[in-house]
Design a protein. Structure first.
Length: 680
């Protein structure tokens, strides 16, 4: 049973490749029992497609092992829904080590290895054995063969080559130049007519698509800290907008209720606490509560709703900042609040509704364990329960909103899931979902107008030396670049970075997040590069979440406050990606579906390795402003007021180099009058 394509046999193929997996079969691993495992994924393949899946996975493996490994891969496909190639996972925990401990021919090749390993760390990744970093389904690679092969390529990568990754698969090294990206990543970019969850699930099971979420597949996830800052900004600004908190005030004496203590949602309790308030978060999976308790991001956990609300209301009264968890379903918690007439000021939800039928949302009346079992045994019945729960959940929120609660969607496709479950009352125009929903998304009301439209977004960095003292030095450099009196947002960011060390936010590599605008990001980046040049700190990896000003086109989230009709387009995210490549960012990524699910967004990000060189200064000077201002310019063209203001200032300050087209604004009266005459 020899494999061959026409006249070419596997011997020739093997001979032609210098970079390939080692020629031995590692032992089958033991799975550590305390490590969370992904539920079985939907397997919807036909017999022919199952054959393809198997042949596709075997493409990485030398022929002499095929007979032994093929039944194992097939078994994985049937028991886990995907072929992960567990046998090829390195033994034990994987950690992002100091950069000098990696092999490589250029600094970027070594830096990316740090980032990849950090994304797969037991302390960071949601399902480390299944290469899922966060958001239920967000994977770094599809399988462990891709991990190993990519690490080998990164060891060989020179500063005149580019490594191409297509949905986790390392396609190969191609010659480029010193100022080209070293790695170009795309994930799950499906052709329009196949751009649905169903086709994607097939493509992933066949081993040709990877759902990279945002930073998982873009290797830029830095643990939940990344999201604590965004959540901190969101709850603070929500309180200012809706609870009458002063510009320089915080969440002291206010309660924020939500659900989810997972990858990103795990930030919620701590963010509310850092903002001075009381965070109350429901979570069905006890292991996630325990992880947050150990980490100190949750102070206490409750099984009893009376005790939970007793403690929360006491803390509100005493103006004590705290994070409390409820071990149970958010629907039970809300039912209790409605029945007992408990006033919830700020309310959200952060269950994984982008994967609502794949385990992301636990229906009421099922424990977490029962949910996992039912998902495995009765998917149809499970879907019915999810829909019923979503509609009940919606009705409870509606009741609370009528009593004065401010509810916002947290970018998890929650409102869309309610709509898809058949609840038409959620639709804003009562007809479809094209104009959004009756409740706002956090971007529509808060993040869009107050942050993204000015260019503020989740800038981040990793000190590649792994030294904590480097992180402290970078915090100080960044803080010195912020004028806290310029705007309320600057004050929040200043306070954030000032207190970052004390708030002990680091999980995994020595990383930091700091919301900044175009000017701030450029200045900080240049100062960091100088500090590297001067030998004050080791090399630094800069990056950002894709969830940013320019990086993501996502109508129910990042571009929810774009109202010129262009939020059905993905030009901005694609231009951002291409522009960053053209200017020489070290890593660029473009994904489908991040945050909200396949077909619902296009998003991209970058990584930039600061080696202290003047070459890097040049890239920073052009790429950093572009990475932010491309999005501000688009937001301005959509007539978003704060972006128009920011663009006018940008044109004034950058006369010799840049120029943004700014919209003339037509009078509503004129337009309405004319259209009314024509369209009766
Ligand atoms: N925070 C943000 O700014 C942000 C940004 C992007 C995306 N999101 C979205 O938020 C969602 C959550 O992300 P994550 O990384 O935390 O995912 P996750 O899957 O790690 O965590 C979600 C948690 O919700 C819990 N859960 C599910 N149903 C529940 C229920 N009915 N009651 C109580 N708990 C329940 C799960 O057990 C899980 O721990 C995703 O859809 C993600 O795309 C949030």
């Amino acid at each position: 049973m020899k494999g061959r394509i026409d006249m070419i046999d596997n011997k020739e193929i093997e001979k032609s490749m210098e970079i390939k997996l080692d020629k031995y079969l590692p032992e089958y691993p033991e799975f550590e029992r305390h490590v969370r495992r992904a539920p079985k994924r939907d397997l919807t393949l036909t017999r022919r497609e199952i054959e393809l899946a198997l042949k596709n996975a075997l493409r990485y493996i030398p022929e002499e092992f095929h007979e032994e490994i093929a039944p194992e891969f097939l078994d994985e496909l049937f028991t886990r829904g995907r072929i992960y190639g567990y046998r090829f996972r390195p033994k034990g925990n994987i950690k992002g080590k100091p950069i000098d401990e990696y092999k490589g021919k250029c600094i970027e090749g070594k830096a990316f290895q740090v980032m990849i390993d950090n994304n797969l760390d037991f302390d960071i990744a949601l399902y480390p054995y299944e290469l899922v970093t966060y958001g239920e389904t967000g994977q770094v690679f599809q399988n462990w063969m891709q991990y190993n092969l990519t690490m080998k390529y990164l060891e060989e990568l020179t500063d005149e080559q580019t490594l191409v990754l297509e949905s986790g698969h390392p396609l190969g090294l191609f010659r480029s130049s010193k100022n080209s990206p070293r790695v170009v990543i795309t994930n799950a970019l499906m052709v329009g007519m196949y751009d649905t969850q169903e086709y994607w699930a097939k493509a992933q099971a066949m081993g040709v698509a990877n759902y990279g979420q945002m930073t998982a597949g873009g290797w830029m996830y830095i643990g939940p800290q990344g999201i604590v800052h965004g959540t901190f900004n969101t709850v603070l600004n929500a309180a200012r907008m809706k609870l009458g908190v002063a510009e320089d005030g915080d969440l002291t004496g206010h309660m924020f209720v939500s659900s989810g203590l997972g990858g990103m949602s795990g930030a919620q309790g701590n963010a509310a606490k850092i903002a001075g308030g009381v965070g109350v978060i429901a979570e069905v999976d006890e292991s996630r509560i325990n992880a947050r308790l150990e980490q100190g991001w949750v102070d206490r956990s409750f099984e009893d709703l009376g005790e939970l609300f007793g403690a929360a209301e006491k803390a509100v009264k005493e103006k004590k900042a705290t994070a409390l968890a409820y071990h149970g379903n958010i629907i039970d918690l809300l039912e209790y609040a409605v029945d007992k007439d408990i006033h919830i000021e700020l309310l959200s939800d952060q269950t994984s509704c982008h994967a609502v039928y794949d385990g992301g949302y636990c229906p009421q009346d099922l424990t977490f364990e029962e949910r996992t079992k039912m998902l495995f045994e009765d998917k149809k019945g499970f879907k019915k329960l999810v829909d019923k729960s979503l509609i009940h959940h919606f009705n409870l929120i509606r009741e609370l909103v009528d009593r004065g609660t401010y509810f916002f969607d947290y970018g998890n496709s929650f409102l869309k899931a309610i709509y898809d479950a058949g609840e038409m009352d959620i639709s804003k125009n009562g007809v479809d979902d094209t104009e959004g929903f009756i409740f706002p998304s956090y971007v529509e009301d808060i993040m869009g107008p107050m942050l993204f439209d000015y260019g503020y977004g989740p800038f981040r960095w990793v000190c590649l030396s792994g030294k904590h003292e480097d992180l402290i030095k970078t915090d100080k450099i960044a803080m010195d670049c912020i004028d806290p009196d310029r705007r309320g947002q600057d004050r929040d960011n200043y306070n954030w970075i000032r207190d970052a060390e004390e708030n002990a936010l680091v999980v995994g590599t020595q990383a930091r997040i700091l919301y900044q605008d175009a000017e701030g990001r450029t200045e900080i980046a240049l100062k960091f590069n100088k500090a590297v040049r001067d030998g004050e700190i080791g090399p630094v990896m800069l990056g950002r979440d894709h969830h940013d000003v320019s990086g993501t086109d996502s109508p129910f989230r990042e571009t929810a406050n774009i109202k010129d009709g262009s939020n059905m387009m993905a030009d901005m995210a694609t231009q951002c990606f291409a522009g960053n490549a053209a200017r020489g960012m070290s890593l660029i990524a473009l994904h489908n579906g991040g945050g909200v699910g396949i077909g619902k967004s296009i998003n991209g990000g970058f990584g930039m390795v600061l080696d202290g060189s003047e070459r890097v200064d040049e890239i920073l000077n052009t790429a950093m402003p572009w990475d932010v201002m491309g999005g501000v310019a688009r937001r301005s063209w959509a007539r978003n007021e704060n972006s128009v203001e920011t663009s006018i200032k940008y044109n004034e300050n950058n006369k010799d180099t840049d120029h943004i087209t700014i919209p003339f604004v037509a009078s509503d009266e004129l337009v309405r009058g004319l259209v009314k005459e024509k369209v009766k």
